[in-house]
Design a protein around this ligand. Sequence first.
Ligand code: S3P
Length: 447
Amino acid sequence: MSHGPATPMTAHAAGPLTGEAHVPGDKSISHRALILGAMAVGETKVKGLLEGQDVLDTAAAMRAFGAQVEKRDGTWHVHGVGVGGLMEPEDVIDCGNSGTGVRLLMGAAATHGFAVTYTGDASLRSRPMARVTDPLALFGARAFGRSGGRLPMTVVGASDPVPVRYTTPVASAQIKSAVLLAGLNAPGETVVIEREATRDHSERMLAGFGAEIDVADSPEGRTVTLVGRPELRPQTIAVPRDPSSAAFPVCAALIVPGSDVLVPNIGLNPTRAGLFETLREMGADLTYESPREEGGEPVADLRARFSPDMKGVEVPPERAASMIDEYPILSVVAANASGTTVMRGVAELRVKESDRIDAMATGLCACGVEVRDGADWWEVDGRGIGGVEGGATVATHLDHRIAMSFLICGMASKNPVTVDDAGAIATSFPIFGELMGGLGAALISEA
Ligand code: S3P
């Protein structure tokens, strides 16, 4: 995706937010549905796919690898080419803003005997790729990128791959998933060990497609064993709605006076639900209604009501993986609570779509909030409900979650908050403005 001119947007203080917020499909599950659908034999049907730019870029990539991917009658149809059947793309694969897209694709293609060149937008070109190409080298793939292991990068896949046993050096579902996807076309057992559990959508979906995959806890950590060269059977997948997108209307409702918002059908996979646990510890009025299971994932309707008495907490570092994308919006809630919120063990936030600790600290300080930070920690001093001054224009650095977090911040601040560019929101939550407006938010596009 090429990024057009910047589109500033301003959030003004809003009256109560009320009603239902139907957020889009889960981004992580959407990427995986397209990639695994393309590696199955026959037609996979996907309902509720996130049609954000990140996922559309992965859909285009799967076409370039030889799969048929199209939307008909509201359902996405992926006609797969089978494990080992991906074809050499004719052109560079442009993954836009998506770290998940590029890292999972690098894995899937790494055990095919052809070269692929990957690139992305300025944000993605600044992010580290060696964390994925290092384990892919163990299969026999070779990577040639810019200095620091950055895109654009060509990965020459292994024509005679060997299976791999790999312990991930950082808690990352992207690294784990890249190794598992590469392992699909390697003979024998590929094993990934993670010291801390990360989102397990790849494991669940691989099992659903019929792969032989085992997950066990051992003293070394969570051990995932995949038997290579399975025949993946096409599936019908209903993508649950994204808890990471639900976080925005939920947190907005907690801090805007008088609000009461229902966010139906949210995936509550325990490897993703850390934010909601933290909010409840802070004293948020957040309830799970009608908990149930859908398509192998736990799901519930979330109800969030204005919560004037939230208190700062210390977020346990071992919870970080289950809420890694939610720290930016948590810091906005923390600014509207009383006392200090402490977040440790979060060095990974520095290598997301932006350095998220730096982006949030800079913007919150400009809004009158005191923030302290170090390499892998930060803390936010709460100013209580209505205590954030706002009145700033903040830089979003092509990062959708930074943009949405500061727009929510503006809804509860004394003065409006402007983001310099709301364009990146379309990567994960293209209906954000419309949905928040429908609840009663006052968002004004300055473009
Ligand atoms: C994702 C994993 C996480 C997360 C990203 C989506 C995934 O990244 O931040 O938004 O779908 O596997 P890391 O694996 O780098 O932690």
